[in-house]
Design a binder for this molecule. Structure first.
Ligand SMILES: [Zn+2]
Length: 244
């Protein structure tokens, strides 16, 4: 089988099913490697993975059999998912754990905070341009804050301030390169300071230990004593911040 053929076969298709009163859409991905049908629900919605030859009827009956679970989980995720953004006045932006309300104002060049508002201008700016300005502003704030926090933690360990970059990986919040360069996801600037500090401390601790040994975690613990709680909260609650 050529790579292209395989790609076609495993390509995802948008499907839907009526479950009780509700029409539920899902992504169906068939793969030659799968031996059974699997259901997965997360922030991307309902996904079904199935063997190439699985009859649609088998997929339908599995979905019906688990209808209550599917509807509950899909509903849970829809509540967690922020509404689609339109990048106009009133839009809420999270910044270091605090909600900021977007306000369009004339005479504003670069976005700026005013109380619990983020001022963006000029008022005639198209939503797409508002989005770009806000994202760029968030990235600038993120780089400043991460650089500062990594420098603080490095100093506590008696190390020179590391080079810090922004990443936009959708799967991880931070990483530390063997060269000593630290990357932290710019989207983390939406989360609370406690999370930002945990990720910065974690990556700085890698400058001492390039592994996740007990010695590594002891180092993290000297920087952020309650790192375990923060790590759990980050894993449990941070998904929605990846969607900006
Ligand atoms: Zn690590």
């Amino acid at each position: 089988m050529s790579a292209l053929q395989r790609q076609k076969i495993t390509a995802a298709a948008e499907e839907f099913i009526e479950l009780g009163e509700q029409r539920v859409s899902y992504t169906l991905r068939r793969s030659p490697r799968r031996r059974s049908i699997a259901l997965l629900i997360d922030e991307r919605g309902l996904r079904v993975a199935a063997p190439l030859a699985a009859p649609q009827q088998a997929i339908d009956s599995l979905l019906r059999e688990h209808a209550a679970w599917v509807l509950r989980k899909v509903g849970d995720w829809q509540q967690k998912r922020p509404p689609p953004r339109n990048w106009t006045a009133g839009e809420q932006i999270m910044f270091i754990g605090q909600p900021l309300s977007l306000v369009m104002r004339s005479g504003i060049e670069a976005p700026q905070i005013d109380g619990d508002c983020l001022l963006v201008g000029p008022p005639a700016l198209a939503p797409k341009a508002v989005e770009t300005r806000v994202r760029n502003w968030l990235k600038r704030q993120a780089l400043d804050l991460y650089t500062q926090r990594c420098a603080d933690f490095s100093m506590q360990l008696g190390l020179p301030a590391p080079a810090v970059r922004l990443s936009s990986a959708l799967t991880r919040w931070g990483s530390c390169h063997s060269s000593g360069r630290i990357s932290i996801n710019w989207r983390l600037i939406q989360g609370p300071q406690a999370w930002i500090d945990y990720v910065a401390a974690h990556e700085v601790a890698h400058l001492r230990q390039m592994n996740h040994s007990p010695a590594f975690w002891r180092t993290v613990g000297t920087l952020v004593a309650d790192y375990a709680e923060r790590r759990t909260a980050l894993r449990r609650e941070s998904q929605r911040y990846l969607l900006l």
